[in-house]
Design a protein around this ligand. Sequence first.
Ligand SMILES: *[C@@H]1O[C@H](CO)[C@@H](O)[C@H](O)[C@H]1NC(C)=O
Ligand SMILES: *[C@@H]1O[C@H](CO)[C@@H](O)[C@H](O)[C@H]1NC(C)=O
Ligand SMILES: CC(=O)N[C@H]1CO[C@H](CO)[C@@H](O)[C@@H]1O
Length: 320
Amino acid sequence: MVFLVLLRDMCTGVGGVSITSIRVPPAVENGSAPVILDCEYSLASHEKQGLVVQWFFRDHPVPVYQWIPGKRPQDNGPLKGRLNLEYRASEDPYHRHRALEIVRPSTDLGGDYRCKVATFDNEDTQNAHMVVYVPAATFTVGKTKPTISTVNVTCKVEGIYPLPQLELIQEDGPHGSRMAVKETTLFVSSRDGRYDATLFRVLEDKHLPADTVFECLLSLPATEYQTVQKLSYQPGAPVSDAMPPPDNDIDEDQSHTWMGSGGGTSIPSSVSAPHQSLDSVVSSADEQTLQNDSESTDMWQSGTGRGIRAHETIGIYITC
Ligand SMILES: *[C@@H]1O[C@H](CO)[C@@H](O)[C@H](O)[C@H]1NC(C)=O
Ligand SMILES: *[C@@H]1O[C@H](CO)[C@@H](O)[C@H](O)[C@H]1NC(C)=O
Ligand SMILES: CC(=O)N[C@H]1CO[C@H](CO)[C@@H](O)[C@@H]1O
């Protein structure tokens, strides 16, 4: 008995102040209602004197918030003027102003937050991340027919923050299999602190089943934000075109030509990593663009004089 009591006393003595939970909303929309970032801790009664609660933001070296019981809380740096300093997380005088209330969260206040609770003898810290996002202003999926036997499927998003993830998915008919379309090309630009992104892939009709549905999946990492746009597509000649669809012989010929020189013209059947970030897509697209020239030249030269159009087509498939 005596031993146990001793042990417990030692533990509270050694452990001291300890953060029991940090509660930060993982994602909030830009300009939304006030949010609370809370930091709960346990405190031994002998530690109450000398308690300091601080919040740090991103890599700012000085705290953006500090509270010492009995004193007024102070805001600082990027949080200056952005907090409701009257907010009370608790009526307990040693816990009262431990939390931040951000009155109007905005994108510049997204990032890592660290709560630090210190007493004369001990301290504890914990981190949490908050994303402040801007939903897409527009998000569309569209198609064009660069040639009679191909389709260019394009996902386009405008005015979103932070960098989104875009994925193109091919669905074979309403209840068919779904797979991520690989070897897509991505362009990203930014204006006014928000991103525009375009993702596309040129596919050959002969590799697509009737009633293909293309799905563009837009999401923001670390948030619940996710939205989908769909497009159905009938492979074959353009509907408005009076010409009959290309017959099978022609298809076969082209297929042989391209397979023979490129060797990789079929749609890959495996599924890409489900949520590749734009960063990695951009960089892999870049690398692949660098590769394409030499490869397509090699491929082209290993073929036997096939004219500009075939060359371009090979280029497209090898590009990514
Ligand atoms: C977030 O909203 C604020 C206004 O509340 C605005 O000034 C800012 O530009 C917005 N951020 C982005 C990235 O659009
Ligand atoms: C496919 O569409 C994208 C986006 O609209 C465009 O940038 C690209 O040039 C198009 N490619 C072809 C071969 O039509
Ligand atoms: C066929 C093709 O897409 N060629 C491009 C390959 O990448 C280079 C850049 O390294 C471009 O200049 C080519 O147009």
